[in-house]
Every structure is written in structure tokens, then in C-alpha cells.
Design a protein around this ligand. Structure first.
Ligand SMILES: CC(C)(COP(=O)(O)OP(=O)(O)OC[C@H]1O[C@@H](n2cnc3c(N)ncnc32)[C@H](O)[C@@H]1OP(=O)(O)O)[C@@H](O)C(=O)NCCC(=O)NCCS
Length: 144
């Protein structure tokens, strides 16, 4: 059974390391992880966490709007990708964040994830840029 629920920051670390840091145990914590206005959501299959996402209250440098959250650390375990779980996890977050003071969600999207975010309604803004060791990224946003 698939279930989505809030997580503690530390619950996200194993999947961040495995999927977003290729198993290398470094740079997997975010400075805002334990801020009171940061949200972490996980998607579970029979009590196993198989996907994660983190929302940090932060303005997008390219889209001035104080009611903005940055989506970071979005990842689904490899064997669960392309089964609609990432989409469900994002839709859940839209609902949760729109209950509060959130008008815009943005992210620095890896080139390989741009199609996913576009499918979910995000738009690219600005020019691509490089993050050392990870590759080309695009700023993307959606108004909710
Ligand atoms: C990107 C990611 C979070 C997407 O999650 P997912 O569960 O695999 O995505 P979904 O199955 O919900 O995909 C929804 C739609 O997005 C699009 N999409 C998803 N992954 C895609 C891909 N690799 N290439 C092209 N389109 C893709 C498709 O239109 C898909 O619908 P479809 O399968 O019916 O065609 C996941 O693949 C992942 O964890 N990737 C590795 C980590 C990563 O890159 N994270 C993002 C960092 S910015």
C-alpha cells in the first residue's frame, strides 16, 4: 500500500545519499533541514520509505515572491521510478503547502529531471548552470 506522510530530516538521509549522492556520504544535509518552516515528505510502500522531498522556505533568486518554497532533495528509489510515485509525492506537497502561506515552488532541477518537472507543470526560467560534481541544472518554478 502506498502512503505519503511527513518525515524528520534524518529520515531523508539514506535516500539522499543513495540516489542524489551516488552512495557517497557527503553533502547530504541541508543547512535548513531542521528549521521550523522546513517540510520533509516521504512516500512509503508497505512501511518502506521509497521516495523523499524537502521544502525550504526560501525566495527564488529569479522570481521575487516572499511566499516561496524551494524543493530540494527530491528522489525516488531506482526500482520505484517511473511508476507515478514522484508525481504523487509532488501533488501531496502542493496540497500541504497551499494550506499555508505558499504561492510558488521552485527548484534547481537536474537536466535529467527537467521532463519530470515539466510534466508536473513547472516552467524553466533563466539560463542553465553547472553544479560541480552533479552537472547541468535549470531553475524551474510552479505557482500553486
Ligand atoms: C526525477 C524523479 C524524482 C521522478 O520520479 P518518478 O517517480 O520516477 O516520476 P513519475 O513516475 O512520477 O513520472 C511522472 C512523469 O514525469 C515524466 N518523467 C519522469 N521521469 C522521467 C524521465 N526520466 N524522463 C522523461 N520523463 C520523465 C514522465 O512524463 C512521467 O510520466 P509517465 O511515466 O506516465 O510518462 C526520479 O526519477 C528520481 O528520483 N530521479 C533521480 C534523482 C533526481 O534526479 N531527482 C531530481 C533532482 S532535481
Amino acid at each position: 500500500m502506498i502512503l505519503i506522510k511527513p518525515l524528520h530530516a534524518s529520515d531523508t538521509y539514506p535516500i539522499r545519499i543513495e540516489i542524489l549522492r551516488n552512495g557517497i556520504v557527503q553533502n547530504y544535509r541541508f543547512a535548513e533541514d531542521t528549521d521550523s518552516d522546513t517540510f520533509h515528505f516521504g512516500i512509503f510502500d508497505n512501511n518502506q520509505c521509497v521516495g523523499i522531498s524537502t521544502y525550504i522556505k526560501k525566495e527564488c533568486p529569479l522570481m521575487k515572491n516572499a511566499s516561496s518554497y524551494q524543493l530540494r532533495g527530491m528522489a525516488i528509489l531506482t526500482s520505484y521510478q517511473r511508476q507515478g510515485l514522484g508525481e504523487q509525492l509532488l501533488q501531496y506537497a502542493y496540497k500541504q503547502l497551499s494550506k499555508g502561506n505558499c504561492e510558488l515552488i521552485w527548484c534547481n532541477a537536474r537536466e535529467t529531471a527537467v521532463s519530470f518537472y515539466k510534466k508536473l507543470g513547472f516552467t524553466v526560467i533563466g539560463n542553465p548552470f553547472e553544479i560541480t560534481g552533479i552537472g547541468t541544472h535549470y531553475v524551474m518554478y510552479i505557482r500553486i
